[in-house]
Design a protein around this ligand. Structure first.
Ligand code: SD4
Length: 375
């Protein structure tokens, strides 16, 4: 028996999953509308995908769909990693990053370190649609937004302001001194909630616990969303408040087209959340899409990009332990995956997941593949 014949029998027995991606696609009639996103807190990803699918099913454009989806998260004051209520920079100012790509026109738009506008996704979409540029940053991005009637607003919420004040209090010099303590030369010590309550009496214990945790362990967040409609048109977006307590002006991967986002609807789209610097060192989203171009299934394309991240640390698990990075990939066929460097963010943390909504309108979480397992 020749190798070819034995392969085709095995493929028949195992079903389509055993076929390489290119062969599975050619067997498909037309793509099924699909939206995927990161799984943000407060069901942000699930709500985002459901909204984007609603726009697609109403005949809307795929970019309008992902913008409408992520707008829900940008405007939700509870998500401290995106838009309004996002954690600020080291000066207490919220700076937002976003990039978007529109498959049918093959255009992109981005904003970096944008202050005062709750929905950077809408400004990135305007850069894409209304200019010949790909990216506007800082003051220029804000002036541009104002031309289109956007009002500058304070993006800090009561909660994110508390987290910033808590972080300030935790800043210490080498000898453990902080100017924010009432007793000078106070040694660094884990704060008990009761102690915090004395300093911030107006907040409940849960809020104080959250603020202390994000002050000491700056969280990663961001939302990435990728859409596909029944005609094979695709768009993608990534929007974030970036790394908490960053140096003013720092842009992560989210506004970098090719880093936190990449889309070529002849192939598919990919995006990232987590530590932007590490993603940029592997041009992650672009790498994932190019891997799919060369025949890898979305999950393998992601795992390959994650291996490149690991390689940058010489695969040293100790140095990799604090790195939190996730990729999301949607192939033009409708095949998708989410993948994380670690199976969970912390040893006791929840499993890594992403959100997906298919044409039946059911928006849900699915488990991500992962490269490394925490002990
Ligand atoms: C960034 N990937 O700015 C984004 C957001 C994030 O921790 O998750 N930061 O790097």
């Amino acid at each position: 028996m020749s190798k070819d014949i034995s392969f085709s029998r095995r493929a028949v027995m195992m079903g389509a999953a055993a076929l390489p991606l290119a062969q599975r696609i050619s067997a498909q009639a037309s793509p099924k509308a699909t939206v995927i996103s990161s799984a943000n807190d407060f069901n942000g990803g699930i709500n985002c995908c459901a909204k984007a699918m609603e726009v697609i099913q109403a005949g809307g454009d795929t970019l309008d769909a992902v913008v409408a989806g992520v707008n829900l998260v940008e405007l939700d004051p509870r998500d401290s990693s995106v838009g309004y209520g996002g954690l600020p920079n080291e000066e207490g100012v919220v700076e937002l990053d976003c990039s978007c790509m529109h498959g049918p026109t093959r255009r992109g738009g981005a904003v970096g370190a944008l202050r005062g506008i709750k929905t950077p996704s809408k400004i990135a979409q305007l850069v894409l649609a209304e200019t010949e540029h790909m990216m506007l940053v800082g003051e220029g991005a804000l002036k541009f937004a104002k031309i289109y009637g956007y009002q500058e607003e304070d993006l800090l919420t009561d909660r994110s302001r508390l987290a910033f004040r808590m972080w300030k209090r935790e800043m210490r010099d080498r000898s453990g001194h902080t100017n924010w303590e009432s007793i000078t030369d106070a040694p660094p010590k884990p704060k008990k909630i009761a102690e915090l309550k004395k300093v911030f009496p107006q907040y409940d214990e849960e809020t104080l616990g959250w603020a202390y945790d994000v002050a000491v362990n700056p969280p990663h967040g961001t939302i990435n969303c990728i859409s596909l409609n029944g005609k094979g048109e695709m768009s993608a977006i990534t929007t974030t408040s970036g790394m908490a307590w960053k140096i003013p002006g720092r842009c992560g991967d989210s506004p970098i087209i090719g880093g936190g986002l990449w889309l070529d609807q002849d192939i598919g789209g990919a995006g990232s959340t987590g530590r932007g610097e590490e993603n940029l060192r592997v041009a992650g989203a672009h790498t994932v899409v190019e891997n799919m171009r060369h025949g890898m299934a979305p999950k393998d394309a992601i795992l390959d990009a994650l291996k490149r991240v690991s390689r940058n640390f010489d695969h040293d698990l100790e140095r990799l332990a604090p790195i939190d990075i996730h990729f999301y990939a949607l192939h033009k066929s409708g095949e998708y995956a989410g993948g994380s460097l670690w199976d969970r963010r912390t040893p006791k943390g929840a499993p890594a997941q992403f959100a997906v909504c298919t044409s039946d309108g059911r928006s849900r979480h699915e488990n991500s593949v992962f490269l490394l397992q925490r002990k």
